[in-house]
Each structure stands twice: as structure tokens, then as C-alpha cells.
Write a protein that binds this ligand. Sequence first.
Ligand SMILES: Cc1cc2nc3c(=O)[nH]c(=O)nc-3n(C[C@H](O)[C@H](O)[C@H](O)COP(=O)(O)O)c2cc1C
Length: 354
Amino acid sequence: MKTKLTSLLGIEHPIILASMAWVTNAEMVAAISNAGGLGTLGPNAGARVVTKDVDETGERLREQIRKVKALTAKPFAVNFVVGAAGLDKEFSDRCIEVGIEEKVPVAIVSQGSAKVLTARLKEAGMKVIHVCASVGHALGAEKAGVDAVVASGTEGGGHSGFDQNTTFTLVPQVARAVSVPVIAGGGVADGRQLVAALALGAEGVYVGTRFIATEECPAHPRYKQAILDSRDGDTFSIRHGSMAKPGSGNSGFTSERRGSLRMLLSDKFREMIIAHGGQLDFSQMAELQKAVPMEKGGSITAAAFIYGDPELPFWAGGQGVGLIDRVIPCGELVAKIMGEAEESLRRIKRVEST
Ligand SMILES: Cc1cc2nc3c(=O)[nH]c(=O)nc-3n(C[C@H](O)[C@H](O)[C@H](O)COP(=O)(O)O)c2cc1C
């Protein structure tokens, strides 16, 4: 399938692996790129234990990038987080230096304003895709010179926008507002949704949760099984950051960075939500961030995503979970999505002719 996105990136199919912390590695990324999509190394790719060392973070990323290059000659991406001073900026800066040194072909930039990194990454020769959760955010990214934007809807797993715009409403509004290619993200798990995204004005899709249920994904089997077991009502989303202006106590949450976090609704979360009168806010979630031992990765996300700790079912997942019923290889998944898209296009033609 040819779209503006496939031409821009030199890929065969308009499917991008969304940036995901912990649950990507070089093998997974290369498998997706080799299958004609675009694999993306997310934060902590290939790691099993957290590090608080900035240089080690950079060297871990370098090792993963080199591994991807050894496994594929096709384009791939690395996620760079914009970063906030005092929070993650130092780590982010080091990863960018490594990405530039290693000549990464595509940068997917998330969690912040496109003004911060776009020029530097473009000068280094990268194609830059910025993840946006509102029309204003996308317009700002276009102005900053990005090559494409992801319109990231609230259906998506993990981090998405504070305003909780749905993919179905956000994509056509962003596509109307900007002239760079738009990529639809949030809740996309099959080829019918790829065709729907194209109908809404997108040039491709940005897929996270569906790729966790693959053989190459380093997520713990309990996490993968939780995705297979989840149905349409089994995710929930909480906001972080606030409507308040940056600098008013919301450390690290600039207007582009504040957002919502969508998780799988485990029994533990159900109990917490009931105990908090039907609601949960980010600070209550953060209570779970108690010290996690190094043998469980040293962070709550590693403990959940990589070690599958049933006491810490902190599993991110999008509303597309109800569409996911099998763990299959990444290459087979890319082919499956494209096959479903072709079938969907045939179906639309049949509807048209009757
Ligand atoms: C396990 C997991 C981890 C994620 N980690 C990140 C991250 O580190 N940075 C980021 O920008 N987005 C992150 N996201 C959000 C994804 O990039 C993407 O927006 C989302 O997965 C798309 O929706 P989907 O999961 O329904 O496909 C994460 C999502 C998941 C499911």
C-alpha cells in the first residue's frame, strides 16, 4: 500500500510501532521493519532493570540501535522524549546524542513541545514525527518543521492527551488543520481500522498495544495474557498534570506533556477505584510507585511489564484490547493487518456498487 507516509519513510506498509517503554527490543523492531512496517525502539528498549545512570542509559540505547542495524537494512525509529528539567531531561539529552551519533533514520518525539527538539534532529538528518494529542499541538509541531504528526487519541494504551480526544474525532480535525502527513494512533489493532484511519485523512497508523501480543515482544507472558483476556470495558484512564499553568506546582507537566494514562482494569485497580469512591487520580496511582526491588526491575513499570508481577498489575493497554485474541509473530501481524485492510477496501467497493 502506498501513502504519503510510506513514501516519506521509504517503507512498504503504513504501520508504525508506537513508542512503548520497556516492551520493545531490537528483535521486535527489526521484525516489524523487515515485514515492511516501521519498528520503533521505545524507552528502556531491551532492558530488564532500571538504571539511574545517564551514560549507561545512552550506551544501552546504542547497543539496541546497533543490534537493529545488524538485523535489518530497513528504516527504523527511536523514540525521544522531550524531557523536563529535574525529571528526565538529562536522560533524554544523552539518548538524543547517541541517536545522532548512530545516525538513526527516524525520530518519534513525544511528551512535549515540538519546538524543543525538531530543528536539532532534522539537522542531524532524521525524519521527525511528533506525537500530538490536540489540533493546537499538531499545528505547533508543523510550524516547528516536523515531517509528520501522530494524532494520538485517548483510546490508546499508556500516555495520551489530557483532553481525551478520541482517535475518531481527533484524526480528521488534525488532518484538516495541517498539511504534513497525519498518522492515527490510539486503539488501532486491525486492518479495518487502518482503512478507517485513511478515510479520516490519515496516511498510516501508530500501533502499540496490539504489538505487545507478539512473540518477539519482551513483555511478560502474564501481561500478554491479560491483553488477550481483556474486553471492551476492561481499560480505564486517569489524568495527570492539570489545567493549571506550567510552573504552578505541576512539575514536568507542560501543557503539551500533561495527559492521561490508560491502563488495563485489573482486580487490584478495580478495588482501588471502589475504595476511592469510583475515581482514581495520578497521585493515588503514584502511591503504587513504592520501592520495587532490583530483582523486579527496580521500577513499577518494569515489575509489571517485564516481570509480570501479579501484585503490581500496572499494565498499560488501549481500548483495542477487545480486538486482540492471539499472540503471533510481528511479521505475521503486519501481514495480517494489511490483509484485513485489503479485505476492508474490497468490502467498501462492494457497498459502493450496490
Ligand atoms: C506499554 C505501553 C508503554 C508506552 N510507553 C510510552 C512511552 O514511553 N512514551 C510515549 O510517548 N508513549 C508511550 N505509550 C503510548 C504509545 O506510544 C501509543 O500512544 C499507544 O500505544 C497507542 O495506542 P494503542 O496502545 O491502543 O495502540 C505506551 C503505550 C503502551 C501500551
